[in-house]
Write a protein that binds this ligand. Sequence first.
Ligand SMILES: C=C1C[C@]23C[C@H]1CC[C@H]2[C@]1(C)CCC[C@@](C)(C(=O)O)[C@H]1[C@@H]3C(=O)O
Ligand SMILES: O=C(O)CCC(=O)C(=O)O
Ligand SMILES: [Fe+2]
Length: 402
Amino acid sequence: MAIDCITTTATTTITTTSHPNTNIRNIPSMPQQPKHENKQVENQKSLVFDASVLRRQSNIPTQFIWPDDEKPCKNAPELPVPLVDLCGFLSGDPAAAAEASRLVGEACRKHGFFLVVNHGVDRRLIADAHRYMDDFFELPLVEKQRAQRKAGEHCGYASSFTGRFSSKLPWKETLSFSYSAANDNNSSETIVLDYFRSVLGDDFEQFGRVYQDYSEAMSKLSLGIMELLGMSLGVGRTHFKEFFEDNDSIMRLNYYPPCQKPNLTLGTGPHCDPTSLTILHQDQVGGLQVFVDEEWRSISPNFDTFVVNIGDTFMALSNGKYKSCLHRAVVNSEMPRKSLAFFLCPGKEKVVSPPGELVDSLWPRVYPDFTWPMLLEFTQKHYRADMKTLQIFSNWLQQKNS
Ligand SMILES: C=C1C[C@]23C[C@H]1CC[C@H]2[C@]1(C)CCC[C@@](C)(C(=O)O)[C@H]1[C@@H]3C(=O)O
Ligand SMILES: O=C(O)CCC(=O)C(=O)O
Ligand SMILES: [Fe+2]
């Protein structure tokens, strides 16, 4: 019986009524998603996804069963993605930088995914970031819920999205927090640490330090990749680097518990990241798949590499020249899987507009100007991010502006 696997409080009903803040039907000109995607659960408290309870059930609740055309496929073939060696580029070798930017440009025109190696991030920091994830996600649910994500916000702990969506639920737990590189009163130096201490208490100081350092390392690496992207697009090495120097990014820890029916569900559903650039580190388990040439392909993990992909906001910044590509994460029945995603996002005030060099009469503007907070709000309150987010957001903006 489906509901067996969900621990419930007094109110267990899922309704088709939206949360007041997220009622798409109440907002004029809001795009309509298929019914099952825009249904919101009436009460945040009504459903809980607790891996320690789920483990003991033989079936999974229907809310976690994905439609047949989105169910995962067995044994997706490996996607050949360029392995970009950053060693020479980081040590200032112009020929190495030119070769790295060529490889990056080629991948971004095709599907937007590439790997980086010799990236300069300390292996011990990466190992610690994984170790502290185990420690956090192995805590009892009530402990993790001290960091519970609030409705309409993107930060905090979420056990699946039971309070947010009522169908096609992801088989995952996440802990998300903001990282800001903007140097106002040096708050960027402790922003993550302060978050951990404030929501989880002083016992979590060491967690906070690890993810503070990890987020800083990701921000730095992403600025280096922005230099390569600027070179490859012919707009100069500094253009995008400067644009993202005061980034207001999101760090997300993804924890996928083992699932007894891995062929029926997904850890993260098919989507294009609405953000600008994603730097992902996966543990040794594997599960990331990318949709290229009408086929799901996998990207196998390697401890020494980060998977990098272009998101919708960079696609808009490149005037559609670089692709934000559909991807998802599958789960397995044997063991938990972990991934760490750093989502680079522009500073709040920055206008997402492509540089003049990328616009001409043969390739006119594809997307209207917007700011990242506008797109973030769209994905948190009005539209569940999927493969069409950028196009639908863009149509909605154009309609509003006309
Ligand atoms: C701004 C964001 C929204 C999501 C987290 C970041 C970047 C990716 C988005 C997401 C992962 C795309 C798939 C659907 C989603 C709901 C998820 O499964 O987590 C998305 C995130 C979100 O809205 O919380
Ligand atoms: O866990 C993964 O491999 C991918 C997760 C992802 O795509 C995301 O969080 O946006
Ligand atoms: Fe993603």
